[in-house]
Write a protein that binds this ligand. Structure first.
Ligand code: PEP
Length: 231
């Protein structure tokens, strides 16, 4: 299983360091095959040393350096030895207005750099209410321009209506969607959307769930550890 913590616009460098120190102390208890990722905000990057946690970024601009005011490129990530990135998160698609074309450009750039890419896809409630075929049509459209055969590629299925809402997709919905997605991309497949201590067990037991991407419940070390150490 993969356990990935997405801090979004939460935590500072100081609190991220405290978080990682506390997390690290407990990770000897995790299953040795499990992988743990933390995606802090860009300003919290630092020289964290850990064999148990991979630090990734929530976003970067697809460029080495240059005139892109307010953005961070490869040169800035390299200073912190970052080679893992989240691409396609619904908050970047919907709030920051990233188009599929731009997302594909970003994907290509970081693929060329050999980054591990956690690529997020997900449908709105309106699409979910139309049934699985409509959901799959939408999810497949989010692979447009994306090389799904890339080796260092993990997919995160995150229904938008389940992100930060407390409403998790049902076991049946996750099962059906993940089974259908595995036929499209045979890559590790994470589920994301209000994963927490009370539902991790049933979600982790679903056959084609290879891990979870967690927002709210990852913000405190204790609640994230509840997920990582649930078994
Ligand atoms: C996310 O935004 O990736 C996410 C899954 O958030 P939450 O766990 O808070 O629903």
């Amino acid at each position: 299983m993969i356990y990935a913590a997405n801090f979004k616009t939460n935590h500072t460098r100081e609190t991220t360091r405290e978080y990682l120190t506390k997390l690290q102390l407990q990770l000897f208890k995790k299953n040795p095959n499990d992988k743990v990722y933390v995606f802090p905000p860009l300003t919290a990057l630092d020289d964290y040393q850990s064999n148990d946690v991979t630090i990734g970024v929530q976003n970067a601009y697809p460029v080495k350096n240059g005139a892109f005011t307010g953005e961070v490129g490869l040169e800035q990530l390299a200073e912190f030895n970052i080679n893992t990135i989240l691409i396609g998160h619904s908050e970047r698609r919907d709030i920051l207005g990233e188009s599929q074309e731009f997302i594909a450009k970003k994907f290509d750039f970081f693929k060329e750099q050999g980054f591990e890419i956690i690529y997020c896809i997900g449908e709105s409630l309106e699409i979910r209410e139309q049934g699985l075929d409509a959901v799959m049509e939408h999810l497949v459209s989010q692979f447009e321009g994306i090389d799904t055969t890339y080796d260092n590629f993990v997919v995160a299925y995150e229904p938008i209506w389940a992100i930060g809402t407390g409403r998790t997709a049902s076991v049946e919905e996750i099962t059906q969607t993940h089974n259908a997605l595995k036929k499209v991309v045979d890559k590790p497949l994470l589920y994301g959307g209000s994963v927490k201590g009370s539902n991790i067990k049933e979600i982790a037991e679903i056959e084609n769930v290879d891990g979870v991407l967690v927002g709210g419940a990852s913000l405190k070390t204790d609640t994230f550890l509840e997920l990582v150490l649930h078994s």
